[in-house]
Design a binder for this molecule. Structure first.
Ligand code: KIV
Ligand code: ZN
Length: 507
């Protein structure tokens, strides 16, 4: 069995998904989870892109020790320097340099001749090699690149010291047989290719990202790049959990395996979905809510007789446990602390106290508190940025009648610690609340997206709201969960504004 290395780029390419912006605490928690999941390399960010990204990469490199941590750089010295400084304390750092190689990118974007592109690529790999043993080089838009040119530039960057050659399908254009053939050609025609690992990186614009990744592996790629839940630019990247489970389930067919810990999939997927606000569609392979649901009578009957009739993946394989009923009204602090440890949270004493308080409040309103509820409470508390001055809700009231215009009154404390109260109306209850908040909030705030989901099932399920906002012209996301839909909506809005304040401090 050949081991296929997994290069996770959720924190870089995934974070480039429209509307997604993770704060430093969320990136760190996700990095720790990716380590538990067993990825071989995690691309922690693009250090030259902002001070916040630089700090996040640095913090991750200092914290996560069992995984190689990579930073992305354009083929310019300042980007490489930023990676060098951000990864200074990493145990096993990797520099990832990219430059476009397709005719359209070289002519219109880079405005360089092919010879100039080769020269820059070689010069930058040599420069990076002074600071890094492991240098990955990516031919951006490789799948639309002339094969002879690709062969030539790859040979030169390997001579310059590149240890991994990545051939991205940047715009999700290629087809499996075609992409596989490119890897085969490179393997057969680049004389020094044995000195480097070959890697694939696929986007899903035509829905081919997973199939293309598998085709690359069939033709010699030993590293697969992708993201959790397949998030990423435009239609996203190849979904790593799908790739890993496909290899596992079809190990009768493929002699490949990954080091991923498959029963960490559900938790990793939930975390990514919660932090990014990108809800996983019910029918998504491997992690969708319906992935293990059998609706038709014929299927249900078959599964009852022998689960394998219609179930090729067991929920347990990916960490989905149906019997997750946990704590209730009478559960004490001890049971609660045990449970959160069991769920993999490592919280300081003050946060455990805060979480226990939130849990107790919830048990007043909800009879059965499930793992999903705890996940919502704990991740919110874990990634809370309350050390920053911020808006804090005191209380609110909404007046709604089916024939009247809704009105809302909100009291909160603002970042100057002043208590403020105001009232406004709207065409619905949420709009009335948001109009009131806009009157109170000092920043110029606009709502651009609003999503409401329930956490778990049942009439008393928690509500979770994700919003996208612009705050003083900057796009941010916010989330809030509460038993009441309107409270979740208010919390999500305030969370977005508070995150904008936090980010302003980090930049
Ligand atoms: O899709 C792409 O080409 C990339 C590169 C930066 C590797 O993400
Ligand atoms: Zn990409």
């Amino acid at each position: 069995m050949t081991q296929i290395k997994i290069f996770d780029t959720t924190l870089r390419d995934g974070e480039q998904s429209p509307g997604v912006n993770l704060n430093q605490l969320e990136k760190l928690e996700l990095a720790k989870q990716l380590e538990r999941f067993g990825v071989d390399v995690m691309e922690a960010g693009f250090p030259a892109s902002s001070k916040g990204d630089f700090e996040a990469v640095k913090q991750i490199a200092e914290t996560v020790k069992n995984v190689s941590v990579a930073g992305l750089a354009r083929a310019v010295k300042s980007d490489i320097n930023a990676c060098r400084d951000a990864l200074i304390n990493a145990t096993n750092p990797r520099l990832h340099i990219f430059i476009a190689t397709s005719p359209i990118h070289m002519e219109y974007k880079l405005k360089k001749t092919p010879e100039e592109v080769i020269e820059t690529a070689v010069e930058m790999v040599e420069y990076g090699k002074q600071f890094f043993d492991h240098v990955e080089w990516s031919a951006e838009d490789a799948s639309r690149t002339d094969l002879d040119f690709l062969t030539k530039i790859i040979e030169k960057v390997i001579d310059a010291g590149a240890t991994v050659i990545n051939l991205p399908d940047t715009v999700g254009y290629t087809m499996p047989r075609e992409y596989g053939a490119m890897f085969k050609y490179i393997k057969e025609n680049v004389p020094n290719i044995h000195k480097a690992d070959l890697s694939c990186h696929c986007h899903d614009d035509l829905g081919m990202a997973l199939a293309n990744s598998v085709a690359a592996v069939e033709n010699g790629a030993t590293q697969v790049e992708g993201t959790i839940n397949g998030i990423g630019e435009r239609a996203g990247n190849a979904s790593l959990e799908e790739f890993a489970v496909a290899l596992k389930i079809r190990n009768d067919y493929y002699p490949y395996h990954t080091n991923l810990v498959l029963n960490e999939i559900k938790r990793t997927s939930d975390m990514v979905s919660k932090f990014t606000g990108m809800t996983v569609p019910g029918n998504k392979a491997v992690v969708g809510r319906n992935a293990f649901a059998h609706e038709s009578g014929i299927h249900q009957d078959g599964v009852l007789k022998n689960a394998q009739t219609y179930e090729i993946i067991t929920p347990e394989l990916v960490g989905v446990h149906s019997n997750n009923l946990v704590l209730g009204k009478h559960s004490g602090r001890h049971a609660f602390t045990d449970k959160i440890k069991q769920l993999g949270y490592d919280l300081p004493e003050d946060k455990i106290k805060e979480a226990f308080k939130a849990f107790k409040l919830l048990t007043d309103r909800k009879k059965e508190v499930t793992d999903e509820d705890l996940f919502a409470i704990l991740t919110d508390i874990q990634t809370d940025t309350s050390n920053v001055k911020r808006y804090k809700l005191d209380n609110f009231q909404v007046q709604y009648g089916s024939n009247d215009q809704p009105s809302a009154t909100v009291s909160l404390s603002n970042p100057n610690n002043e208590k403020v109260k105001d009232t406004s109306t709207g065409s619905g209850s949420v709009e009335a609340l948001y109009n009131t908040l806009d009157q109170i909030i000092l920043e110029e705030t606009h709502l651009t997206d609003f999503q409401l989901n329930s956490i778990g099932q049942g009439r008393d399920a928690l509500a979770e709201v994700h919003v996208s906002l612009t705050v003083d012209g900057k796009t941010v996301s916010g989330r809030g969960s509460a038993q009441d839909v309107l409270e979740a909506a208010v919390q999500a809005y305030l969370n977005g504004v508070n995150r904008a304040i936090y980010q302003k401090k980090a930049i």
